[in-house]
Design a protein around this ligand. Structure first.
Ligand SMILES: Nc1nc2c(ncn2[C@@H]2O[C@H](COP(=O)(O)OP(=O)(O)O)[C@@H](O)[C@H]2O)c(=O)[nH]1
Ligand SMILES: [Mg+2]
Length: 333
């Protein structure tokens, strides 16, 4: 499922260094010829797409990106050092718009795809270039050019890694909040307030997006049209996380919840369950005594379930781990 995430930033490529005016000073040479080196080029602003990130989170604290300036030319025909490029890492699926006209400048889709958005200014020419037969001691050099500067607008369609499926009251919203709270940096990100049905957590190097799939079960009875919307949402999500609430009055019945959920999904698309990776988590285990907990483990023994309590934050770490392992597996296929 896709959510739009946006960000406006300014970029400024580096200026070129100035060309140098200087003359050779050698022993026994009265008037040395020109030896002023060229200025170095300014650094570029370069975008690189990476599948390790799935949001603009790391970019959201900075508004202006600047590349380094080129150094001025030096005597002895030495060119000044080039300015450092500024590399901006963005998630795959980032679209770059010009702020002025809202035209698409480029779109980065593939891992490692790069794009030079703004070129650094060229370095100026040193006086070495300006000697002629008539002017052998040229006092002329050119200045470096200014780097390009522009305002842009980034847009990203975030594709959730995991779709969250469960009946009302299973604790889906609570789980998303719990996961987000474990990542305070992410909780501050405006994206998560715009889309409260998203939870984003970071494991090792990767951001993982979990989305509460709206409407599927709640609206199943009212139905028409919801199915298509649901399928569109879920089509690009590789993993389904079933969140299940224990049936306290008869603990064995908890398993039926999973069966029912799966039947609901099959009604929409019989192939769905075959195509996706499945993770099953039972929530609210704080309400269970030891005996009930082992019963749950027993009846779900074929599913490698994860037992969690959002209230006690139990099992959350393990669930995150299971999710990222599953993502790694899907990436290898
Ligand atoms: N005891 C207990 N209650 C929980 C837990 N997680 C969520 N709840 C409660 O279950 C109810 C439904 O939670 P909610 O997140 O709104 O479920 P949703 O309908 O699936 O989004 C709320 O009253 C939550 O406070 C938990 O780990 N333990
Ligand atoms: Mg909810």
């Amino acid at each position: 499922m896709a959510f739009v995430d946006t960000l406006s930033i300014q970029v400024q490529a580096g200026n070129g260094g100035n060309g140098r005016i200087s003359f050779r000073r050698e022993k026994f040479v009265a008037k040395g010829g020109p030896d002023g080196g060229d200025g170095g080029n300014g650094g570029d602003i370069i975008f690189i797409a990476s599948k390790k990130i799935s949001t603009f989170l790391d970019l959201s604290s900075k508004r202006t990106y600047k590349a380094g300036h080129g150094e001025d030319g030096k005597p002895r025909q030495k060119t000044g050092k080039s300015g450092k490029h500024c590399i901006i890492e963005v998630p795959c699926g980032t679209i770059i718009y010009g702020s002025d006209d809202n035209e698409i400048i480029n779109e980065l889709t593939d891992d490692n795809q790069s794009f030079t958005l703004a070129k650094g200014g060229r370095g100026g020419k040193g006086n070495t270039h300006f000697s002629t037969s008539r002017i052998q001691t040229p006092r002329k050099a050119t200045s470096g050019k200014l780097g390009e500067k522009l305002s842009i607008h980034l847009e990203l369609k975030v594709i959730a890694d995991v779709g969250l499926i469960g009946y009302p009251n299973a604790g889906k919203s609570t789980l998303l909040k719990t996961i987000t709270q474990a990542n305070p940096k992410i909780a501050n990100y405006p994206f998560t307030t715009l889309h409260p049905n998203l939870g984003i957590f970071r494991r090792f190097d990767k951001e993982v997006v979990i989305a509460d799939i709206p409407g599927i079960i709640e609206g199943a009875a009212e139905g028409i049209g919801l199915g298509n919307q649901f399928l569109r949402h879920i089509s690009r999500t590789n993993i389904l996380l079933f969140l299940i609430e224990p049936q306290l009055e008869l603990i064995e019945k908890t398993y039926d919840t999973l069966t029912k959920l799966q039947h609901e999904l099959q009604r929409y698309d019989p192939k769905l369950l075959e195509e996706k990776r499945i993770i099953v988590a039972v929530n609210k285990i704080d309400l269970l005594d030891d005996d009930q907990e082992s019963k749950i483990k027993r009846i779900f023994k074929d599913h490698q379930i994860v037992l969690i309590s959002c209230f006690l934050r139990r099992g959350i770490e393990k669930l995150e781990q299971r999710i990222s392992e599953t993502i790694n597996e899907t990436n290898h296929h």
